[in-house]
Design a protein around this ligand. Structure first.
Ligand code: SF4
Ligand code: SF4
Length: 237
């Protein structure tokens, strides 16, 4: 059973977010956010109270090359950005632990065995990002950053450092738009508007999406991501 990890020293209650922000910027993070994760059950956040979200904006030049299918450059870019996120997450973790705050860096892209969702990660990066106030979840089930739309990749550091947290976003900003629904070649996107707590499988069918990518884009590379729901989105274009 996962317990709360809460050994914050009283003298550390006035934690300054700026040092982490400066470190992340110096490592080329686009933005970082801070979330109170305590609304989630302890096992979903590994017992940690807070989350730090790392945002990297994807290249417009590379995304703009996507027309009817993903490209080799997108395939490679996606992986390069994941490596950068993992590097930044590790550096933030080391910084926090040097100050006495146990922390865990969640890999940018890693599926784990979950009986309820076989396409999920150890921690949902987009849940942390929404609780930080950085954006919402689109009809596509992608995280939609307030400024950059779905043109971002995310990472997370779970920590018990007493960071100052942002204001969560709890409602969709998609409005009447349905671009991603009509763009999806796998008909995997249900078209529902997100609200906080709505399970991902009520927004889209991860199995159909994954199957389509395996079958249709095998020639581009193993585990390629489609990107059509990303480039269809007007937010951040
Ligand atoms: S990645 Fe492609 S197949 Fe999957 S939901 Fe988006 S548009 Fe559909
Ligand atoms: S394409 Fe439209 S409906 Fe889909 S996530 Fe973007 S704003 Fe929302």
């Amino acid at each position: 059973m996962i317990k709360e990890i809460n050994n914050i020293q009283p003298e550390h209650k006035n934690f300054d977010n700026n040092a982490i922000q400066k470190l992340a910027k110096s490592l080329d993070a686009t933005e970082i956010g801070f979330a109170d994760l305590s609304v989630l059950p302890a096992p979903k956040r590994m017992g940690y109270a807070n989350g730090i979200t790392i945002v990297i904006k994807l290249s417009d030049g590379i995304l703009n090359q996507i027309d009817t299918e993903p490209t080799q450059t997108y395939f490679s870019h996606y992986r390069s950005v994941n490596r950068l996120i993992d590097d930044i997450s590790l550096r933030i973790l080391l910084f926090l632990e040097a100050q006495g705050y146990p922390s865990v860096a969640i890999p940018a892209s890693q599926s784990v065995t979950d009986p309820e969702d076989s396409f999920t990660g150890a921690f949902q990066h987009k849940t942390g990002a929404v609780l930080s106030g950085l954006g919402w979840i689109g009809r596509s089930a992608l995280f939609i950053h307030n400024s950059y739309g779905p043109r971002v990749r995310l990472g997370t550091v779970l920590t018990n450092a007493p960071v100052k947290v942002g204001t969560p976003i709890t409602a969709s900003g998609c409005g009447a738009c349905r671009n991603c629904v009509t763009a999806c070649p796998a008909i995997a996107i249900e078209g529902r508007l997100w609200e906080f707590g709505l399970p991902r499988n009520e927004l889209y069918d991860a199995f159909s999406c994954s199957q389509h990518m395996k079958e249709a884009y095998h020639h581009i590379g193993r585990g390629v991501v489609c990107g059509l729901c990303v480039v269809a989105c007007p937010v951040g274009k």
